[in-house]
Design a protein around this ligand. Structure first.
Ligand SMILES: Nc1ncnc2c1ncn2[C@@H]1O[C@H](COP(=O)(O)OP(=O)(O)OP(=O)(O)O)[C@@H](O)[C@H]1O
Ligand SMILES: [Mg+2]
Length: 234
């Protein structure tokens, strides 16, 4: 479904991603983990059309998506839930969801998707008129996930959904990600939280200093404490 080959991202002279390869098959949850500044968000932003790679190839559903703008990628089924959530803080939950579904032409589908989000997060339905900026961090993350799902994606990229959240809320995020398997969604999960990624992912890439340092199943990674220590304790 997603094929990233030899991706290079530079910011001026600074090399943020140095020949990254990532493969995601339909229905998988794939984790990308690494410490602060590893280049994780740069990968996400390059795939979502928000930064221009210096080199490399990115194919989505069998076609190159290099150079395609992010709002057109959403229409093709690729959605990014950005680090920091990117909500409209002064709008209500429901208005944020509608913004997420703006590119959908079919109002019936839009209503179906909204119902699906409210099924996934019943608290958002109860509070749908509440202003997003007044919600707790965990609830804001639920809104951000829902905004991503409102674009009717086939592949959803989550950039550090656990950031700043309490352990119990992080566990709920894990459960939500598992629930996405049943919704026929494919997920690229970018995380500093190796535990969350290991709990939900089918396979995991460990990125550090812009490079892929390790790639295997979560089980293999957990049996390899050296990798965790070397690349994730930063
Ligand atoms: N727009 C930019 N201009 C210059 N340097 C940047 C820019 N964005 C990111 N960088 C640098 O590129 C490197 C990788 O950043 P990136 O945000 O991809 O890392 P990350 O793994 O997502 O980190 P974090 O865990 O902090 O979110 C960092 O050293 C960062 O300072
Ligand atoms: Mg980041």
């Amino acid at each position: 479904m997603l094929d990233v080959r030899d991706l290079v991202v530079r910011y001026g002279p600074f090399l943020a991603c140095d020949r990254i390869n990532i493969h995601v098959k339909p229905g998988e949850i794939v984790g990308v983990i690494g410490p602060n500044g590893a280049g994780k968000s740069s990968i996400a932003r390059a795939i979502a059309g928000l930064v221009t790679p210096t080199e490399g190839q990115i194919d989505f559903l069998g076609e190159s998506i290099l150079g395609i703008e992010s709002h057109l990628l959403i229409r093709r089924g690729l959605s990014l839930v950005p680090e920091g959530r990117g909500l409209f803080a002064h709008m209500s939950i429901e208005e944020n969801l509608l913004m997420g579904g703006y590119s959908l032409k079919n109002p019936v589908r839009r209503s179906e998707l909204m119902a699906r989000c409210y099924d996934l997060f019943p608290i958002l339905k109860q509070r749908r008129r509440q202003i997003a900026g007044t919600l707790s961090g965990g609830q804001q993350q639920m809104v951000a996930v829902s905004v991503g799902l409102m674009g009717d994606p086939k592949l959803c990229i989550f950039d550090e959904p656990s950031l700043g959240l309490a352990p119990i809320v992080i566990q709920q995020i894990g459960e939500t990600l598992q629930a996405m398997r049943k919704l026929d969604l494919t997920v690229l999960l970018i995380e500093q939280n190796a535990k969350l990624a290991s709990t939900v992912a089918d396979h995991i890439y460990v990125i550090s200093a812009g490079r892929t340092q390790y790639h295997d199943t979560p089980q293999a990674l957990l049996e390899n404490p050296d990798v965790l220590e070397k690349f994730l304790s930063a």
